[in-house]
Structure formats: structure tokens, C-alpha cells
Design a protein around this ligand. Structure first.
Ligand code: ATP
Ligand code: BTN
Length: 237
């Protein structure tokens, strides 16, 4: 079976954001084209928040053309990171919907940007050998810090592309299987969380991730579905 993800690799020393670069070339390149940069000068997370991207980390974006719109595509990135970390002996979990955490700290994030049915750019930032900025010391971690040794970025990339290719296929052919895995890997289930969705703050227990990708919360006994939001863990009331 021919691999889709990583058919073509574009490697850059420096770029503002691999997502922005990928968006600018998306029309002209084949599906599965990957853009990687050694460092980003304006790496970004959701809602334009800054993503620290110094040299040593894996900052990449892949151009996908599934031909339909489905927000569950974000889980292709998150599950691929979880599997990649497992290849290096690191147990991690998904903080719904787009982060990967290890032992209470964030190691990776996924940022999906799209142009409707035309193409989707899926960016993945994974802290590998890069230093963690002081202000993120409490909340972020790298593979280097966990393993106590530098890992060749290329090895991490190969593993990530391999898993992404497999999950992307499953996303297209059997999204329910994808969601079953997401459910297994989402560590916030059963925990008390606060979700900020637009202007609203919702406090409740995360109960499930539904097949459509939304998060189900138990808010004081009534069930509430959340489509998108910022989740933080809260102590039990
Ligand atoms: P969070 O729970 O961390 O707010 P989020 O997914 O809601 O996650 P995003 O906007 O998606 O937030 O991610 C950007 C945030 O990630 C930044 O505000 C910062 O706190 C954190 N961050 C930035 N760079 C890194 C990095 N290299 N590693 C881990 N965390 C980072
Ligand atoms: C998040 O947690 O909000 C997602 C962070 C995504 C960071 C990656 S790094 C490669 C790609 N380029 C960007 O500017 N962002 C994503």
C-alpha cells in the first residue's frame, strides 16, 4: 500500500509557522506533503496563542485532502503523537481535543486549519530535544527531559509519519474505530474539568467522547455536549 503521509517532504531552517507555509502551497502540492522547520518564529496554537518553537523540537504540518469536512481529523494528529511516544517508551494521553500530555504536562499540540473541502493543514508540535521556556516549565515537558537523552529528530519524524498514515486511513475508512481509540486514550474521562467555550465556562465531570468527536460532561446531574473548547483539570468540588 502506497504511503500518503510524507510522500513529499519540504524541510526549512526557519519559517514563521509551518502551518502558514503549508496553507500557502496547499493547492499546488500533492496530498500528504509535509513541511518541517528547524525553528518557527511565530509558531501558533489555537486562537492565535503562541507556540514556543526553538530548535530541537519537531515542528511540522501535513497537507491533507480528504475531500470532506470532518473536525475529527484533529484526532489523527493526537493519536499519532501518542503512538509515537509509545514507540519511545513514553506513556501519554490526549487532553481533548488537541493536546498530548505526559504526567500532568503538555508535550505536544495539534492545530488543524482548513479551507472547507479543498484542503486541511494539520500542524503538530512535539517537544523533543528543544529547551522549554522558563514560563512553561510547570506546564510543558519534552522527550529529552523524560528520557534523559537526545533523540534524533528524524527517528521521531519517521515514527510520527508512519502512525499518521495509518490513522489517516482509519479516519477515512472507519471513523468509529478512530473514536474508539480516542476514548481509550483520553485521560480526562472521569475527571472534573472546566471547559471554556466562547464566553461560557462549564464545570463538570468529563464522561465520554462521543462518536462525533464532542465531549460529554455531567454538569450537576445533567448531561451536556461540548463541541469545542479549552479544557482544564479541576479538583473535585
Ligand atoms: P492549554 O491547556 O495548554 O491552554 P490549549 O490547547 O487550550 O492548551 P493552545 O492555544 O492550543 O492551548 O496552545 C497554546 C498554549 O500552549 C500556549 O498558551 C502555552 O501555554 C502552551 N505552549 C506554548 N508552547 C508550548 C510548547 N512548546 N510546549 C508545550 N506547551 C506550549
Ligand atoms: C496547540 O496546542 O494549540 C497546538 C500547537 C500546534 C503547534 C504546531 S508546531 C507546527 C505547526 N505550526 C504552527 O504554527 N503550529 C503548529
Amino acid at each position: 500500500m502506497e504511503r500518503i503521509i510524507g510522500r513529499k517532504l519540504i524541510t526549512l531552517e526557519e519559517v514563521s509557522s509551518t502551518n502558514d507555509y503549508a496553507k500557502s502551497i496547499a493547492r499546488e502540492v500533492p496530498e500528504g506533503t509535509v513541511v518541517i522547520a528547524e525553528r518557527q518564529t511565530a509558531g501558533k496554537g489555537r486562537k492565535g496563542r503562541a507556540w514556543a518553537s526553538p530548535e530541537g523540537g519537531l515542528w511540522m504540518s501535513v497537507i491533507l485532502k480528504p475531500g470532506f469536512v470532518d473536525p475529527r481529523i484533529v484526532f489523527v494528529g493526537a493519536l499519532s503523537v501518542v503512538d509515537t511516544l509509545a514507540d519511545f517508551g513514553i506513556a501519554s494521553g490526549i487532553k481533548w481535543p488537541n493536546d498530548v500530555w505526559v504526567g500532568g504536562r503538555k508535550i505536544a499540540g495539534v492545530l488543524v486549519e482548513g479551507r472547507g473541502e479543498e484542503h486541511v493543514v494539520m500542524g503538530v508540535g512535539l517537544n523533543v530535544n528543544n529547551p522549554i521556556p522558563d514560563e512553561l516549565r510547570e506546564s510543558a515537558v519534552s522527550m529529552f527531559e523524560l528520557l534523559g537523552a537526545k533523540i534524533p529528530l528524524e527517528t521521531v519524524l519517521n515514527s510520527l509519519l508512519f502512525h499518521m498514515d495509518a490513522w489517516y486511513r482509519i479516519f477515512r475508512e472507519d471513523p468509529f474505530l478512530l473514536m474508539q481509540k480516542v476514548r481509550e486514550r483520553t485521560f480526562i474521562l472521569g475527571r472534573f474539568v472546566e471547559v471554556v467555550e466562547g464566553e461560557e465556562r462549564i464545570l463538570g465531570r468529563a464522561v465520554d467522547v462521543l462518536d462525533d468527536g464532542s465531549l460529554l460532561l455531567d454538569v450537576g446531574g445533567s448531561l451536556r455536549r461540548v463541541l469545542y473548547g479549552d479544557v482544564s483539570l479541576r479538583p473535585l468540588p
